[in-house]
Design a protein around this ligand. Structure first.
Ligand SMILES: *[C@@H]1O[C@H](CO)[C@@H](O)[C@H](O)[C@H]1NC(C)=O
Ligand SMILES: *[C@@H]1O[C@H](CO)[C@@H](O)[C@H](O)[C@H]1NC(C)=O
Ligand SMILES: *[C@@H]1O[C@H](CO)[C@@H](O)[C@H](O)[C@H]1NC(C)=O
Ligand SMILES: *[C@@H]1O[C@H](CO)[C@@H](O)[C@H](O)[C@H]1NC(C)=O
Ligand SMILES: *[C@@H]1O[C@H](CO)[C@@H](O)[C@H](O)[C@H]1NC(C)=O
Ligand SMILES: *[C@@H]1O[C@H](CO)[C@@H](O)[C@H](O)[C@H]1NC(C)=O
Ligand SMILES: *[C@@H]1O[C@H](CO)[C@@H](O)[C@H](O)[C@H]1NC(C)=O
Ligand SMILES: *[C@@H]1O[C@H](CO)[C@@H](O)[C@H](O)[C@H]1NC(C)=O
Length: 368
C-alpha cells in the first residue's frame, strides 16, 4: 500500500489540525448510516460529444481545465453531503475513444502532455480538494511518468492521503498500444471507516486475474470505473461498448463479491446491489449538464470490522489450487508471452507519430 501525505507547503495548518483529529477534518462524526456517494458522469473538458462520437478533429484535451471542472464537481457534491466522489476511467484528461493508429499519430503527443503527473500542481489541487471538501476521492486518470503513461486509479482520503494508487494491470486491446501495463500489487482492498473498498477499471471486471484476488479480500463497496457508456439498447454501440455486456460483468461482480458495486462512466452510470438489483441509475441521454452527478446513500453501519478474507469461500486459496489442478492435461503448463509486463516508452510513441503518413496510414517507426 502506498501512502503519500500532501506536502506541508500548501496545507500545513490544515494538516496540523488534522493530525490531532482522528479521521476527518470536517465531519468529525461520520454518519455510518449514510455514506453519500457522488458518481461523476459528466464529460471531461473538450471531450468529443455525444457519447459515441469518435471524431477528434480539432480536439485538444485540456487537463488543466478538466482538473478545474473536476474540483467544481467535487465542491458541488460536497454541498449535497457527499463523502465519496468517484470518477470514470481516465477522466483526467479524458478517454481517447477510437484510438486507432491515425489517432495515435495525430493526438498522442497532446494526450501525453495532458496526462496527470503525481506530485504536479494539478495533482496537489486534487488532493487539496479532498481536504477542503472533507471527502474521499476515487480518481481515474491517465498518469504520466518520465517514460510512460498508465491507466491509473487512486483513492484519496479526506486528509489528502493517497491510500491506494494503482495501474490497470493489462490495458485492453488497442489501449496497450499507448499505455503500459501495471502490476499485481495494486489489487488491494482498503479498509476505511465505511467498510472495505476496492477499485478496478473497465474490462478488469471481465478477467479472473483481477476479479479473483479482489473478491478474495471481501469488499463491502466496489468502485468500478469505466470510460464512457451509452444507454442500454443503443444499436450503434460495439459489443465492448454495450451497456448490456458491461453491466452484466458488473452485476456478476457484485453478486460474486457481495459488494455494492458502482458503475461509473461518462454517460450511463449505476449502482448495483450485492443481489444484482439496480439501486440507482442515470441514463446517458439525460443532459449531463442537468445531472452531472449520480448520488447514492448507503448504510455502512454493519460493515465495520468485517473480515478481510474467508478461507472457506469460493474465492479462497483452496479454490485457487483447484483451478490449477483442473487445468486440462493437453494444454502445456508454460508461461507464454501474453503475461510479460509490457512497457510502452513515450519516446517510441512520439517517433511513431512523427514518422506517420496520414495518406498511406503507415509510419517509418514501428508502433511500440
Ligand atoms: C464530434 O466531436 C467533434 C469534436 O468535438 C465535433 O467537431 C463534431 O461536430 C462532433 N460530431 C457530432 C456528430 O456531434
Ligand atoms: C443522507 O445524506 C444525504 C446527504 O447529506 C441527505 O440528503 C439524506 O437525507 C441523508 N439520508 C438519511 C437517511 O439520513
Ligand atoms: C497548465 O497549468 C500549469 C500549472 O499548473 C501550467 O504550468 C501549464 O502551462 C498549463 N498548461 C496549459 C496548456 O495551459
Ligand atoms: C472543511 O473545512 C475547511 C477548513 O476548515 C473549510 O475551508 C471547508 O469549507 C470545509 N468544507 C465543508 C464542505 O464544510
Ligand atoms: C524523472 O525526471 C525527473 C526530472 O528529470 C527526475 O528528477 C526524476 O528522478 C525522474 N524520475 C524517475 C523515476 O526516473
Ligand atoms: C430497443 O430499441 C428498439 C428501437 O427503439 C425498441 O423497439 C425496443 O423495444 C428496445 N428494446 C428494449 C429491450 O428496450
Ligand atoms: C443501518 O444499519 C444498521 C445495522 O444494520 C441498523 O441498525 C440501522 O437501523 C440502519 N440505519 C438506517 C438509517 O437504516
Ligand atoms: C505518403 O503516402 C502516400 C501514399 O502512399 C505517398 O504518395 C506519399 O509520397 C507519402 N508521403 C511521404 C512524405 O512519404
Amino acid at each position: 500500500m502506498l501512502s503519500t501525505t500532501l506536502g506541508a507547503l500548501l496545507l500545513s495548518n490544515l494538516l496540523a489540525v488534522a493530525q490531532s483529529t482522528p479521521i476527518y477534518q470536517n465531519a468529525t462524526t461520520p454518519d455510518y448510516n449514510n455514506l453519500t456517494i457522488a458518481i461523476v458522469r459528466a464529460a471531461p473538458v473538450n471531450w468529443p460529444m455525444p457519447i459515441l462520437n469518435k471524431t477528434w478533429t480539432d480536439v485538444t484535451l485540456d487537463l488543466n481545465g478538466t482538473v478545474t471542472y473536476g474540483v467544481e464537481l467535487i465542491a458541488q457534491a460536497a454541498t449535497k453531503g457527499a463523502n465519496l466522489v468517484v470518477f470514470p476511467e481516465t477522466w483526467f484528461p479524458g478517454y481517447p475513444k477510437g484510438n486507432d493508429n491515425a489517432w495515435i499519430a495525430g493526438h498522442v503527443e497532446d494526450y501525453i502532455a495532458n496526462s496527470l503527473e503525481i506530485g504536479s500542481e494539478n495533482w496537489n489541487t486534487l488532493l487539496s480538494a479532498a481536504v477542503s471538501n472533507g471527502v474521499y476521492l476515487a480518481l481515474g486518470f491517465s498518469e504520466k511518468t518520465n517514460s510512460s503513461i498508465y491507466m491509473a486509479q487512486a483513492l484519496i482520503d479526506p486528509l489528502g492521503n493517497v491510500v491506494l494508487h494503482r495501474h490497470k494491470v493489462r490495458p485492453s486491446g488497442g489501449e496497450r498500444d499507448i499505455w503500459s501495463d501495471g502490476t499485481l500489487d495494486g489489487l488491494e482492498v482498503i479498509t476505511t471507516p465505511y467498510g472495505r473498498w476496492g477499485l478496478l477499471e473497465c474490462w478488469e471486471h471481465y478477467h479472473p486475474t483481477m476479479t479473483f484476488p479482489m473478491q478474495a479480500q471481501l469488499e463491502n463497496l466496489h468502485i468500478g470505473s469505466w470510460p464512457y457508456q451509452p444507454d442500454f439498447n443503443t444499436s450503434a454501440a460495439l459489443y465492448w461498448e454495450a451497456a448490456e455486456n458491461n453491466m452484466a460483468a458488473s452485476t456478476i461482480y457484485a453478486i460474486n463479491s457481495g459488494a455494492t458495486t458502482l458503475f461509473t462512466a461518462v454517460g450511463y452510470s449505476a449502482v448495483i446491489s450485492s443481489t444484482g438489483e439496480r439501486l440507482a441509475e442515470e441514463k446517458a441521454v439525460t443532459s449531463m449538464s442537468e445531472a452531472p452527478l449520480l448520488y447514492y446513500n448507503m448504510n455502512t453501519t454493519a460493515m465495520h470490522g468485517t473480515d478481510a478474507y474467508d478461507v472457506n469461500s469460493e474465492q479462497s486459496w483452496g479454490v485457487l489450487k483447484e483451478i490449477e489442478a483442473a487445468w486440462a492435461y493437453y494444454i502445456p503448463k508454460v508461461t507464454g508471452t501474453y503475461v510479460l509486463q509490457k512497457t510502452v516508452e513515450i519516446t517510441d510513441l512520439l517517433a511513431y507519430a512523427a514518422g506517420y503518413n496520414f495518406t498511406s496510414g503507415t509510419s517509418t517507426a514501428a508502433l511500440p
